[in-house]
Design a protein around this ligand. Structure first.
Ligand code: SF4
Length: 68
């Protein structure tokens, strides 16, 4: 049985590049060479930390992808 991993996803069209996600959780959120935020591949995403970031995100553009 495949285990599903909850993974944060970013709607880049709404992202205002405030960098709050990077400041709060730099090992999950990174800025790529093109200057956009991306989610790093990791075995685990800290749910409480990311819930805080979802609430703090200025663009209101981070959601959980439940079927990652
Ligand atoms: S917190 Fe939200 S708006 Fe700010 S850089 Fe991260 S994804 Fe973009």
């Amino acid at each position: 049985m495949k285990e599903t991993l909850k993974r944060p996803e970013i709607d880049l069209s709404e992202c205002v590049l405030c960098d709050i996600c990077i400041e709060l959780c730099p090992y999950v959120f990174k800025k790529n060479d093109a200057g956009y935020i991306e989610v790093a591949d990791t075995d685990e995403y800290p749910e409480e930390d990311i819930d805080d970031i979802i609430r703090s995100c200025r663009g209101d553009c981070i959601v959980w992808d439940e079927d990652a």
